[in-house]
Design a protein around this ligand. Structure first.
Ligand SMILES: O=C(O)CCC(=O)C(=O)O
Length: 268
């Protein structure tokens, strides 16, 4: 179903102040829209990247109401774009957990999709230690949604390592994977995994990331990227805030699947 469309991945270096981060996100999304992007995606935890789990709980909203969701809906509506709002914490079913959720707003400001991160990042290497499973309620459902140009599948950060999640989606044209990768894993695996997911699914992939030194002391890998169905990198930003824009081309998409019909050769 793909039709040509411009898309943008926003890279951020979110600090601890949600108001400041939201304002930066609004600025960059507006900038991307002014460059003609119709589908714009923010990174994981764009409203706040913090080591303090309690701050995440304080920020979490109920699904369907709250300042962050209102601002994002208004932004999508004002600009007339599809906004994949990276991820933000929403209140979970369990009182002691939140979800790590990507909300998608359509140009009317309505929520077109909700994806809760399925695979939780528990990791220990040197100084870097994360235990997402202690505070995050895992999602259960793979999610994709349709825009007028493309069917889009969603994943968040660590999900990138689980190819079966994306293979299970219904023939998407574009994968959007907001992230905040660590430096050691990013250096070794980020580009490799992004390009592999694009090549094996023969689709476009856009990965908006956190990238740089954050107020909290955390450092993230960045390298936001747009990859085409052949695995070529259409654009990337190493570190710091900015926009990566690219055009999804129907001609290129069809050509890759025609020349190398691996998608058709799957043994389901
Ligand atoms: O998979 C990785 O290496 C990083 C994942 C991560 O940072 C996350 O899911 O928050």
């Amino acid at each position: 179903m793909l039709a040509d469309v411009k898309v943008s991945a926003i890279q951020m270096v979110s600090g601890e102040d949600p108001e400041q981060n939201l304002a930066r996100a609004e600025y960059w999304v507006t900038e991307a829209a002014s460059q003609g992007a119709q589908i714009i995606a923010l990174p994981e935890y764009f409203p706040m990247l913090n080591r303090d789990e309690r701050a995440k709980f304080a920020l979490a909203e109920h699904f369907g109401s709250g300042m962050m969701q209102d601002r994002l809906a208004q932004l999508a509506q004002k600009l007339g774009i599809w906004l994949v709002a990276g991820s933000l914490p929403l209140k979970g079913k369990q009182a002691d957990k939140v979800t790590n959720t990507s909300l998608v707003f359509d140009p009317s400001g309505a929520v077109a999709a909700r994806y809760d991160k399925i695979h939780l990042f528990d990791f220990q290497k040197g100084d870097e230690c994360y235990q997402e499973s202690a505070s995050i309620e895992a999602g259960q459902q793979p999610v994709c949604f349709d825009t007028p140009w493309a069917r889009v599948g969603l994943g968040i950060c660590y999900d990138l390592r689980f190819p079966e999640l994306f293979r299970g989606l219904d023939d998407v044209d574009l994968l959007v994977i907001p992230a905040a990768f660590t430096v050691p894993t990013g250096r070794s695996h980020w580009e490799l995994l992004l390009r592999a997911r694009a090549v094996e699914n023969q689709c476009y992939l856009m990965a908006p990331a956190q990238g740089g030194q954050h107020d909290s002391g955390r450092v993230t890998w960045g390298h936001s990227m747009i990859v085409d169905p052949w695995g070529e990198i259409l654009g990337q930003q190493d570190l710091g805030e900015g926009i990566v824009t690219g055009t999804l081309s129907k001609q290129r998409f069809d050509e890759v699947r025609r020349q190398l019909p691996a998608w058709l050769h799957r043994r389901l």
